[in-house]
Write a new protein. Structure first.
Length: 363
């Protein structure tokens, strides 16, 4: 069993709907917790008994009061699941795995769970997801195949809402069409594959980075501590967040593609090239994104049943001729590998990716 998680592409109304449900979950959880504490002081009750009582009070009394009428506009599955959470929190507390349940606050993060009361639902492949009792929402990254699941957790991380659900399978049913691939994570291009495919960073990422450089220059010329400089810094902060989002989307799409396409994927263990490169030159994966790239590729390979091979970080993939094995110096500015020994002449990154593909661990 494993979890599938996707960022939701919500408009303001939809995001507002999610926030209201998260608030609903918090109110129910806290109401249940305080009622339970009262009942506990009145005598011994089992957790199930307490939850049933809380449910009765909520359904027959609270939800009927006009000031709580808003609850009836929201998914009743939220409150069922909030009470299940409360019950779990108490069993964890009793088994010594956690402290006494605390009141939920907005600061702990916003999340809630809904499920389909009529059993598992089929989710179709594509750019949208139909979440039981909530509706259909757009996704940033498509569901690549149909899934069957019952329980869905919606949570907010940063400024984004995510949906996650568990899939009951050993691994995702994917049959990779290609055998092996070596990947050179580059500076000029995000990734060069040994089969000659090249992945470039998305245009919006490049545009955002150019804009960022402009703003940073602007801020440096403004009066220190002035209101205008403050405004520029705010813009810079927002742009940083946007760049992180675009990069994450790009990495997710790339790693999903790779893990589904190739049975065996070879990458270098450490992106030394990216670390040495001038920061301005660094591409989508080079600057800070390499660890995220490796992390995603690792779990997606496990998910889809592909093998990820990490090539020794000291392996001179750029300096070696992929044809004859001759080694020569290759400064970062040299874009082509021109072998004096065998005459092979090819793109620098492609040469590196072929070496990575053919790498074998030394005994
Ligand atoms: Zn050669």
């Amino acid at each position: 069993m494993f979890a599938v998680k996707r960022a939701l592409k919500l408009n303001n109304n939809e995001a507002n709907l999610m926030a209201r449900h998260a608030g609903f979950r918090r109110v129910v959880f806290n109401f249940g917790l305080s009622l339970r504490t009262q009942m506990y002081s009145e005598g011994k009750f089992t957790d199930s008994k307490v939850i049933n009582e809380v449910k009765k009070v909520l359904t027959n009394y609270v939800k009927k009061k006009p000031e709580f009428g808003w609850m009836n506009q929201l998914s009743s599955r939220v409150y069922q699941n909030a009470l299940i959470d409360l019950k779990d929190a108490f069993s964890r507390y009793r088994s010594g795995k956690a402290g006494h349940p605390r009141f939920a606050s907005r600061r702990d993060g916003q999340s809630f769970t809904v499920d389909s009361s009529s059993g598992k639902v089929l989710l179709s492949a594509g750019n949208t997801i139909k979440i039981p009792t909530l509706g259909t929402f757009r996704l940033y990254e498509a569901l690549e195949c149909g899934y069957v699941s019952q329980t869905f957790t919606i949570s907010k991380e940063g400024s984004r809402w995510f949906v996650s659900f568990c899939v009951d399978a050993e691994r995702l049913p994917v049959q990779q069409s290609q055998a092996s691939v070596g990947i050179d994570v580059g500076i000029k291009y995000a990734a060069t594959l040994s089969n000659q495919q090249v992945f470039d960073a998305p245009k919006p990422l490049k545009q955002a980075k150019t804009k960022l450089a402009t703003l940073q220059r602007q801020a440096s010329k403004q009066v220190k501590g002035s209101q205008n400089q403050g405004k520029t810094y705010n813009k810079i902060g927002r742009l940083h967040a946007r760049i992180a989002c675009i990069r994450l989307d790009f990495l997710h799409k790339l790693t999903t593609y790779l893990a589904k396409k190739f049975k065996r994927i070879l990458i270098e263990d450490l992106n030394i090239k990216g670390m040495m490169a001038n920061h301005k030159l660094a591409g989508a994966i080079s600057d800070l994104g390499f660890y995220e790239f490796k992390r995603q590729l690792d779990y997606k390979c496990k998910m889809y049943g592909a093998a990820l091979v990490l090539v020794d970080k000291w392996f001179p993939s750029s300096k070696t001729c992929s044809n004859c094995g001759n080694k020569k110096d290759m400064p970062l500015s040299v874009r082509t590998f021109d072998c004096p020994a065998c005459g092979r002449y090819l793109d620098r990154d492609l040469n590196a990716s072929l070496n990575i593909l053919n790498w074998e661990p030394s005994a």
